[in-house]
Design a protein around this ligand. Sequence first.
Ligand code: ATP
Ligand code: MG
Length: 318
Amino acid sequence: RNYSSDRITATLFPGDGIGPEIAESVKQVFNAAEVPIEWEEHFVGTEVDPRTQSFLTWESLESVRRNKVGLKGPMATPIGKGHRSLNLTLRKELNLYANVRPCYSLPGYKTRYDDVVRGVVESLKIITRQASLRVAEYAFYYAKTHGRERVSAVHKANIMQKTDGLFLKCCREVAEKYPEIKYEEVVIDNCCMMLVKNPTLFDVLVMPNLYGDIISDLCAGLIGGLGLTPSLNIGEGGIALAEAVHGSAPDIAGKNLANPTALLLSAVSMLHHLDLTEKADKIQDAVLKTIAEGKYRTGDLGGTSTTTEFTKAIIDHL
Ligand code: ATP
Ligand code: MG
């Protein structure tokens, strides 16, 4: 993993749309904070690589496998036949089985709620016994190692009896191994209502992929939108690939308008994964201070700053 004893190599996919702009922001902030990381940059190819059957090159996947850690910008899959979706390729080839999406209120940025502090969404793609046990195991492990008290499994097992029923059965099995963590089950429609009425009711939520995709956008809305929410993909063999929850935002791409916070906070979770706690805290503090101060904010948070102005303000707060 290391170039030398004190520098860590990490894979960076700047991605599409606003990806290159927000990845540039991360690179600048990391440089200014003197984070000991060498980026190995990989770009989505212009042709299908027969070895991956997608526009992602074999070399880029090998880079993540070798480094075991990376940061990924949003990727828009080109439309056409004969290739796999970029995100699906990554998920399959790297066995990314859990996606951790923390969601908490940012101090100083006023929304309907001030205290959304507990929710974490995790998800997996396919309902098999093995995949369900693995993600449930990760949810409880996460709760335990992060001092959380409760895991709620979100489902629609009353209607989707086979698939969601199996998912719940697996969650219950794992719950028994963690008697110190409270376990409950919530039907997804009721969960949506409860999240909007009182988001502090929940702690850690675990659910299948499609529900996680929807619920995490709802949670993003509670705290100020998609420009703010980070995520971390956990893969087999200890791979950690951080990425923002949002997509490539083609409507604002190339205009220096994107909010880099979601990718920056994703990069911060990557630093925590690497135990670079001091650098992680330093960068997170600078981001939160900049937003709280309110002088420099991007358009999605009601400000008029460009991506580069906002980034510079963060660097000034380091
Ligand atoms: P995907 O299909 O990849 O999930 P999507 O259709 O959900 O993509 P996004 O690309 O996530 O769409 O964008 C949704 C909206 O949120 C767009 O209006 C976009 O401009 C806005 N948005 C997303 N990310 C950011 C960001 N980092 N900064 C500012 N606005 C953003
Ligand atoms: Mg989306």
